[in-house]
Design a protein around this ligand. Structure first.
Ligand SMILES: O=C(O)CCC(=O)C(=O)O
Length: 295
């Protein structure tokens, strides 16, 4: 199935983008001002249920996580194309960004207490692991911007919601403490818990400390994480596709998935490349700024 690149999802206004970017900079996260369109939510839920059924082999109490889910069902590519996420990625990275990572989790009350990122997730900051990558002026730069799409109701408060520590993206992971001696209680007043409605989208900085406790409710928690990074970074959970694997996809999808190209163009865009994601920039009717040609 070929997915139209221009599926209608209402984009954010310039004012909403400005406010979202300010929140990201200040707090390290932002809840997007509108929920996912129902059609996108329904399609993603159907895809999660289909793939999960195959993986779990009949036991409904097993949590399932699928990495690189954009290759598992076209519904996840539709989420990858969600206009507000692409607008904010364009705001923070400019036109040279692509898909970094995608996964979904379907998490019932599975009775497991192991924080293995499937049944639940411990407090951590995402990769690149902050200890191993350079800091700029003491801070971890924005390497990727991550979007959590929460597709089932979490307002009941017992569903194992995403939690973050406000402002923690400006500090080393868990204040450089070993996991054993880190105490989230010391940060209680900055912990934000997303007991949110189905369709809520939360964007956060990859250095933000975050976690999710086990689902203790009868409502299975189903969500998708999709993140974007500059084109000079490799994706986290996929190899770049062959030309054949991209057959039938739109120009924008091909760009985000990492279409084959000469090495230099991962760094220096051709004028065509610089225009590829242009509809997601602010003031999208203005001419695209000229870029240096190298060929
Ligand atoms: O389980 C969750 O929702 C959190 C996932 C997480 O920590 C991660 O993807 O890095």
């Amino acid at each position: 199935m070929t997915v139209a690149a221009n599926e209608t999802t209402e984009g954010l206004s310039d004012g909403e983008r400005e406010a979202a970017c300010a929140a990201l900079e200040r707090d390290g996260y932002v809840v997007l001002p509108r929920r996912l369109p129902e059609a996108l939510t329904e399609a993603a839920l159907a895809a999660i249920d289909r793939v999960t059924r195959q993986k779990r082999g009949g036991d409904p109490a097993v949590s399932v996580k699928v990495m690189n889910c954009v290759d598992a069902d076209p519904a996840f590519r539709r989420l990858m194309m969600y206009a507000p996420a692409l607008q904010l990625s364009h705001d923070v990275f400019g036109p040279m960004f692509h898909l970094c990572q995608s996964n979904f989790v379907s998490r019932p009350r599975d009775g497991r207490s192991v924080a293995d990122f499937i049944s639940s997730s411990p407090w951590h900051a995402d990769g690149p692991r902050p200890g191993l990558f350079p800091r700029v002026n003491g801070a971890m730069g924005l390497h990727y911007l991550k979007f959590g799409f929460f597709l089932t109701d979490l307002t009941h408060g017992n569903g194992g919601p995403l939690q973050v520590v406000r402002g923690s993206h400006k500090r080393p992971e868990l204040d450089d403490k070993p996991h054993g001696s880190f105490r989230i209680e010391d940060h209680a007043e900055d912990v934000v818990t997303f007991n949110c409605e189905a369709g809520t989208v939360v964007a956060f900085h990859q250095a933000q400390w975050h976690a999710a406790p086990p689902n203790q409710s009868d409502i299975e928690r189903k969500n998708v994480y999709i993140s974007y990074c500059p084109t000079w970074m490799r994706p986290l959970d996929r190899e770049f596709p062959s030309e054949e694997a991209l057959a039938g996809l739109s120009d924008e999808e091909r760009w985000l998935l990492g279409e084959p190209r000469p090495a230099l163009r991962w760094w220096l865009p051709s004028p065509e490349d610089a225009r590829r994601m242009a509809r997601f920039r602010r003031n999208a009717d203005a001419p695209v700024a000229a870029v240096a040609r190298y060929d």
